[in-house]
Design a protein around this ligand. Structure first.
Ligand SMILES: [Zn+2]
Length: 170
């Protein structure tokens, strides 16, 4: 039923193969559109969730180990700025947050989510770090996607995360 209602412009982004600890931790981010909930992003471990009210609220997940930016900081597979992020409930070890994609005019510059899963093999190797320290390089975050932002700004998000439990079909 709900898949019939899925907007064609909403990517289905499965980043589990390129984010950390996907065998043990899952993240699922869904968008509410015309009262239906559609999965937008799947990933492994969320690296950071800032939900302090009154401050910049955002969440993001790093790429796998070995993917860094030019200053050797771990690079994010995505970052999303949100507002009103709060814990909706915790059920069977799954924490469910609700919030809305930040929609102020200057929030567009912080909407950093790719539409497709990047091929990490295409990222250049760092020229400075050799041997055991060798790693690939990309930007700290993916580039801003203004077109997708225009569709999603202000949309309600459901963020679920928890442990991967074997034989679980979630
Ligand atoms: Zn390096």
């Amino acid at each position: 039923m709900s898949e019939d209602q899925r907007p064609a412009w909403l990517p289905e982004l499965d980043l589990r193969a390129v984010t950390r600890n996907s065998d043990r931790a899952f993240t699922r981010i869904s968008v509410l559109h015309n009262t239906y909930r559609h999965v937008w992003i799947r990933a492994g471990l969320l690296s950071r969730i800032e939900l302090n009210p009154g401050k910049r609220q955002w969440l993001g997940a790093y790429y796998d180990h070995g993917i860094a930016d030019e200053s050797e900081d771990s690079a994010y597979a995505f970052q999303i700025d949100v507002v009103g992020l709060h814990i909706h409930m915790i059920h069977y070890g799954v924490t469910e947050l609700h919030g809305w994609i930040a929609a102020e005019s200057d929030d567009s510059v912080r909407f950093k989510v790719p539409r497709t899963v990047p091929d990490l093999e295409t990222f250049e190797w760092c020229r400075r770090c050799k041997g055991e320290k060798s790693h690939r390089v990309t930007t700290y975050c993916p580039p801003v996607d203004l077109k997708l932002y225009e569709r999603l700004r202000g949309a309600k998000l459901v963020v679920e995360f928890g442990p991967v439990i074997p034989e679980d079909e979630r």
